[in-house]
Design a protein around this ligand. Structure first.
Ligand SMILES: C[S@@+](CC[C@H](N)C(=O)[O-])C[C@H]1O[C@@H](n2cnc3c(N)ncnc32)[C@H](O)[C@@H]1O
Length: 223
């Protein structure tokens, strides 16, 4: 199988198009809605809510950060350690520009592969992985890594197109696979099973067009 992460890492033309769409609040937001059947506002609402509930000084891992879509949701009133990580150096450049544009200080951009995170066990309080699992070669390994790096009581917020998304969106799979930017994908039941295996509980699922948003708690006492 072609590894989609290699295409993203080399800044596949779709990466720039995707970044322009996701960063633009007018035409981009409209195209996002047409493409996914959902509003990008959903992502921002969830990111803002998850970030707001963290105590000051908490560590957030935003992976894949893409062009820094979630930076605008960072609370200004209390400082967080914000690790913006992606496999693509070009996306990390875009995140740095976005941080400058928004005037958000203290964003650390780090190149990381989601399948092998260079972070100690239990070192993160929130993992945000938006619009993500469908782009990875091994979504199960990514969820296992999220479970490993999250501290007990930590939170995961993830969104993805699933293989069992509503029928009218399923054409994205052959198209994205042919373009080399989508991985094998996974169904919602697989995500829930892999979350359980990775030490998560209390999964909450919100379908939004082609996407599902899932939040879950990293349980205490797993492993
Ligand atoms: C569709 S974008 C989503 C970006 C952002 N989270 C958003 O919601 O707009 C997918 C991102 O996954 C990144 N990516 C793909 N494979 C990866 C991997 N193995 N490790 C880390 N990032 C990866 C790509 O570079 C790209 O930025």
């Amino acid at each position: 199988m072609v590894n989609p992460s290699r295409a993203w890492q080399r800044d596949h033309p779709w990466a720039l198009v995707y970044d322009r769409i996701s960063a633009d609040p007018q035409i981009g937001a409209l195209l996002w809605r047409i493409g996914t059947g959902a509003s990008v506002a959903h992502l921002h609402r969830l990111a803002a809510a998850e970030l707001r509930r963290l105590p000051a000084g908490s560590t957030v891992l935003d992976i894949p950060c893409g062009g820094g879509i979630a930076l605008r949701d960072l609370p200004r009133e209390h400082p967080l350690r914000y690790l913006a990580a992606d496999i693509s150096p070009a996306m990390l450049d875009r995140t740095r520009s976005q941080a400058r544009e928004l005037g958000v200080p203290g964003v650390e951009t780090v190149q990381m592969d989601v399948g092998d995170l260079p972070l100690p066990d239990g070192s993160v309080e929130l993992v945000m992985a938006f619009t993500s699992l469908h782009c990875f070669p091994d979504p199960r390994a990514a969820l296992a890594e999220f479970g490993r790096v999250l501290a007990p009581g930590g939170r995961l917020a993830v969104s993805t197109i699933t293989t069992d998304c509503p029928l009218r969106y399923r054409g994205v799979w052959p198209l994205g696979r042919a373009a080399g930017v989508l991985g094998p994908g996974c169904s919602l039941p697989e995500i829930l099973q892999w979350l359980d295996e990775a030490g998560f509980a209390e999964a909450e699922v919100t379908p939004a067009g082609a996407l599902v948003y899932v939040t879950a708690d990293r349980t205490h006492g797993h492993r």
